[in-house]
Ligand binder design. Structure first.
Ligand code: NAD
Length: 315
């Protein structure tokens, strides 16, 4: 059995706790703020109850999952038996640098040190460490207990074995890892999202459509296919003979569009205010927490639908 230490248990670390514990792993929790560490157990209890209330079958009673979570009395104690450390402290390079010096000095030599960082490459905070070969990024999509993708991103000095072990662990706990061959700004998911958001803001700024219409272009259009097919799989089905025919037919159009879209624009304050005021008409600021809970319930339902599709139709 792999033992996990979670270091930093705010928004994303709390969800990680549930991912590892429900997969059967013992999880030691450490946060610089003891109250945050304690809140993880409450978060996990509530999340498990929410899933049960939705009728989503659990493999075992919630208490059995919760029993695998323990708040460690110190960072050292959290690390002492860990095979895998999942670090989720704030996205500030000086915090991560200082913490990794300690993690590398204290964690057993064979322990993998994986960071949840959304954008900082591992090379930015592990360079001078004796054990830098065991450091890697394992970037989740929030909340990881409902969204399985994890981006595994090595620094130039990350050992292949570290990447292998982390990928295998993520698969074993039910996540869906992709392995980047090298560091790149934004990794893969945020690069894809960046291209889409740039165009979404451009369309609103240029008065072509409102924010709501951009959102419906996704939720009633592209998103329905993208829920279960990636962009390449999608275009492969949109021409009689598949992807090559699609690219022959539409490649020149997309090339022209890409040239039009090449003018990078800042999201200026007026534009952001315009989008915000439109969004607040349907979801007022004080309704955002309830809307997040709604999102999580929908994500949980979609997860079960996806499993059923994979079982019935072959994923
Ligand atoms: N929130 C997201 O949507 C999301 C998604 C994917 C990845 N991430 C990444 O995960 C990491 C954490 O993000 P978050 O949103 O959970 O942040 P957060 O602010 O919610 O939680 C960070 C936690 O780290 C603790 N902490 C601070 N310094 C510490 C230290 N030295 N040792 C131990 N604990 C410490 C804080 O007390 C806090 O509880 C970041 O690198 C972020 O980029 C976040």
């Amino acid at each position: 059995m792999t033992r996990v230490a979670l270091v930093g248990t705010g928004v994303v670390g709390g969800s990680w706790a549930l991912v590892f514990a429900r997969a059967g792993l013992e999880v030691a929790i450490h946060d610089a703020d003891a109250a945050a560490a304690g809140r993880v157990i409450d978060f996990a209890r509530t999340a498990l109850a929410d899933l049960a209330a939705q009728g989503i079958a659990a493999k075992e009673p919630a208490d059995a999952v919760l029993a695998r979570l323990s708040v460690a009395p110190s960072l050292e104690r959290a690390l002492e038996t860990a095979d895998h450390v999942q670090e989720s402290v704030p996205e500030r390079v000086e915090i991560k640098r200082a913490l990794y010096r300690t993690l590398d000095a204290v964690a057993p030599a064979a322990t993998v040190l994986a960071s949840s960082t959304s954008g900082l490459p591992a090379s930015a905070f592990t360079e001078g460490l004796a054990g830098r070969a065991r450091c890697v990024v394992a970037h989740p999509i929030n909340p990881p207990h409902l969204v399985p993708l994890v981006e595994i991103v090595p620094a130039p000095w990350t050992a292949p074995e570290t990447v292998e072990r982390t990928t295998a662990l993520m698969r074993a706990i039910g996540q869906s890892p992709i392995r980047l061959r090298r560091e790149i700004n934004g990794f893969v998911v945020n690069r894809l999202q960046s291209a889409l958001l740039a165009e979404a803001f451009r369309l609103v700024e240029d008065g072509v459509v409102d924010a709501d219409e951009v959102d419906r272009a996704m939720t009633d259009g592209l998103g329905l296919r993208w829920f279960f097919l990636g962009p390449f799989q999608t275009i492969d089905l949109n021409a009689k003979d598949g992807v090559a025919e699609y690219c022959r037919n539409l490649g020149p159009m997309y090339y022209d569009l890409a040239r039009e879209q090449a003018d990078a624009r800042e999201w200026n304050a007026a534009l952001v205010a315009r989008v915000e005021s439109e969004l607040r008409r349907t979801v007022p600021a004080d309704a955002l927490p309830a809307r997040r809970s709604w999102r999580d319930r929908v994500l949980a339902t979609l997860g079960t639908v996806k499993q059923r599709i994979a079982q019935e139709a072959g994923g």
